[in-house]
Design a protein around this ligand. Structure first.
Ligand code: MSP
Length: 649
């Protein structure tokens, strides 16, 4: 295939995500990174194609569907929507979303498989490996448990053999090594490049690419008792989505510019297996495969069993979308592993976003409003130290983003923001405003600040699209299409600014810590309730019928001076009024209780509590920790108009 000479085309892909799980921060991270690059390239005038999707075949999906009592198709139809929803919530600008169960994908996989079969690069052989019979899955030697046991269920593994098709991967290894020797940036960062090179040099075996033990997959053309191995199927999405078979024009337009972004755990598939398949098919190799590191949570590996997996939906709800996007890319150099800490996120919101960026915007808008009636002034020569720094920043950001150094790009944007804040302190516009002879100087300062902000808003647009829009709106610049080339320093003169609004409210750390503690406590309590339901001894329905419960209304509430826990309540049963002592003082004020319709056990033997005779018991549900109620709610009839005294059964 010949490479097209069009430099301004950019095709970027995320891995396609397994749908056996709910989306988590790892999925969000790769996709946000691809989104930032896509948005940036579009602003540089590139024709961008950004692809994401879901990986819907294979053993994992089959097993997950069985556990849930669904067909695999039902499961994938349902779960892939979680990913679509997340991309919407995260403001992801993907151009396409591919599912491997779509016909457009299936036919490309089969065509490629057949082509390789026809040319002798896929042949029939015998696959042998360690197999977990109850789980119906092969376990690679690298992930076996002690004494050759299944890492999931702990049961012993059996050596299994089955007929399988093999891809002649070994044949093309020398070509791939040569390619990497000539393309030093084809795998990034360097540490991953080295890892791949040494893996390749240690030799690659032919790869099993079909299974007879699994049903849920794409059938091998002409031999339907086999399904195509899920990784062979999945990798091809990058080609099938852009019309490898049906739309050769689209394919040859985008393919020469393809980049795959992946987590470090799946680079062998992307930097060894996939390129070997491509070489065998005579297709160009990807320009770059960029591998990022893994996130831990407060220092620990995330896992469902530990219950410490970060849910991106929750993070966005709690801290806002743009701070979350900013934090993920600012906190950790791309390629390195990183630790997700909510305290660090709150710290960044307060310092970088509320303080640095928020203050610059507020101060600048205030001054333009106060000193120039809200109209950005012009000046004779708007060039300054800030304008010079801006050109520099544009170049640096470009350089960093071309190397996927998101954190460095953000740092240099924040240097410009920091310098601009300092510029205010140095030029002291409030002093200039008092002196008529300094009017031109004040114009110069205000225009420079305005332009630094306008450029900062453009630069942060790929990272924080909504915030960028808000800033530009406040600056009175509401262009729809943002291109870096359209920006000219000084052109903002004459614009009328809009009302200043706070972008990022500061988070009170003390309050935040308190609410986190409370949340944690609630989680623990919930966990306890979940894990230790206390069932009393069984009773018969006849026993149960001996308990008389009736609807009653609380008509008076009094404190019992000697008791911290009890209220003396007067309740109305319609046919009579009674006094009841109830240990709910810690949860309600008398005002909250007065007038409530509740359920009362009416045939309890009267008891004297703190000197008051109690004639019944009000029903409540509670969450207890160490025998003490932590949370309590009264049982109330749904229809509050039900006659008092009605029997509950
Ligand atoms: N379906 C395959 C990919 C096929 S691509 C042709 C797959 N799916 S996955 O859903 O399990 O993982 C997708 C991505 O999420 C991987 O790139 C993986 O690195 C990433 N992450 C999973 N957990 C992660 C973290 N804790 N941190 C960062 N990324 C992580 O693999």
């Amino acid at each position: 295939m010949t490479e097209q000479k069009n430099d301004k085309v950019f095709y970027i892909t995320t891995p396609i995500y397994y749908v056996n799980d709910i989306p988590h921060i790892g999925h969000a991270y790769t996709t946000i990174a691809c989104d930032v690059i896509s948005r940036y390239k579009r602003m540089k005038g590139y024709d961008v194609h950004f692809l994401t999707g879901t990986d819907e075949h294979g053993q994992k999906i089959q097993t997950a569907a069985e556990t849930k009592g669904k067909t695999p198709q039902e499961l994938v139809d349902e779960i892939h929507l979680n990913f679509k929803k997340l991309w919407e919530v995260l403001n992801i600008s993907n151009d396409d979303f591919i599912r491997t169960t779509e016909p457009r994908h299936i036919k490309v996989v089969q065509a490629m498989f057949k082509k390789l079969m026809d040319q002798g690069d896929i042949y029939k052989g015998t696959y042998s490996g360690y197999y977990c019979i109850p789980d119906e899955t092969y376990v690679p030697e690298s992930s076996m448990g002690p004494n050759k046991t299944c890492p999931d269920c702990g049961r012993p593994l059996t050596i299994m053999e089955e007929e399988s098709y093999f891809f002649r991967a070994s044949k093309y290894v020398p070509d791939l090594i040569k390619f990497y020797e000539e393309h030093l940036k084809a795998v990034m960062p360097k540490i991953r490049y080295n890892e791949i090179m040494s893996f390749l040099k240690s030799g690659v075996k032919d790869q099993s690419v079909s299974r007879t033990s699994i049903k849920w997959g794409i059938p091998v053309p002409g031999d339907e008792k086999h399904v195509i191995y899920v990784w062979f199927d999945a990798l091809i999405n990058y080609a099938s989505a852009i019309g490898y078979l049906d739309d050769p024009e689209k394919f040859s337009h985008y393919w020469p510019h393809v980049r795959h972004m992946v987590g470090k755990d799946i680079i062998r598939f992307h930097c060894v297996i996939w390129p070997l398949i491509l070489i065998a098919l005579g297709i160009n190799l990807p320009v770059e495969v960029i591998a990022h590191g893994w996130w831990t949570h407060e220092g620990e590996k995330m896992s469902k069993s530990k219950g410490n997996v970060i849910n991106p939906f929750e993070m966005v709800k709690e801290y806002g979308l743009d701070p979350f996007r900013y934090f993920l890319l600012r906190e950790v150099p791309f390629g390195n592993d990183g630790d997700f800490s909510q305290l660090a996120l709150v710290g960044r919101i307060n310092s970088d976003l509320a303080n640095d960026l928020g203050n610059l915007l507020n101060r600048t808008l205030q001054m333009i409003k106060n000193y120039r009636n809200g109209v950005v002034p012009s000046c004779v020569n708007p060039q300054s130290e800030l304008s010079e720094m801006s050109i520099n920043t544009l170049e640096k950001v470009d350089d960093y983003l071309n190397n996927y150094q998101f954190d460095e790009a953000l740092k240099s944007i924040w240097e410009l923001i920091g310098r601009s804040n300092k510029f205010i302190d140095e030029t002291a516009p409030w002093k200039l405003a008092k002196d008529e002879s300094q009017s031109e100087q004040l114009n110069f300062v205000l225009l420079n600040l305005y332009e630094a902000l306008r450029l900062s808003a453009l630069l942060i647009a790929p990272f924080m699209p909504d915030t960028s829009k808000k800033i530009l709106q406040q600056l009175g610049d509401d262009r729809e299409v943002l291109l870096f080339d359209d920006f000219k320093w000084g052109e903002g003169a004459g614009k009328t600014i809009n009302k200043a609004e706070v972008l990022f409210p500061r988070i009170d750390i003390k309050e935040w810590k308190k609410s986190q503690e409370e949340k944690k406590k609630m989680e623990e309590v919930k966990e306890e309730v979940k894990t230790q339901p206390e069932h009393e001894n069984e009773i018969s329905i006849e026993d149960f019928k001996t308990v008389e419960m009736r609807v009653a209304k609380i008509i008076n509430v009094e404190e019992i001076p000697r008791s911290k826990k009890l209220y003396k309540l007067e309740v109305d049963l319609g046919y009579e009024k009674r006094t009841v002592c109830s240990g709910i003082k810690a949860f309600f004020t008398p005002e909250e209780l007065n007038g409530k319709i509740v359920i009362l056990v009416t045939n309890l033997k009267p008891v004297k509590l703190c000197g008051v005779e109690s004639n019944g018991m009000i029903l409540a549900a509670s969450v207890k920790k160490d025998g003490v109620s932590e949370q309590l709610t009264l049982l109330e009839p749904e229809d509050k108009n039900i006659p008092l005294g009605s029997r509950v059964s």
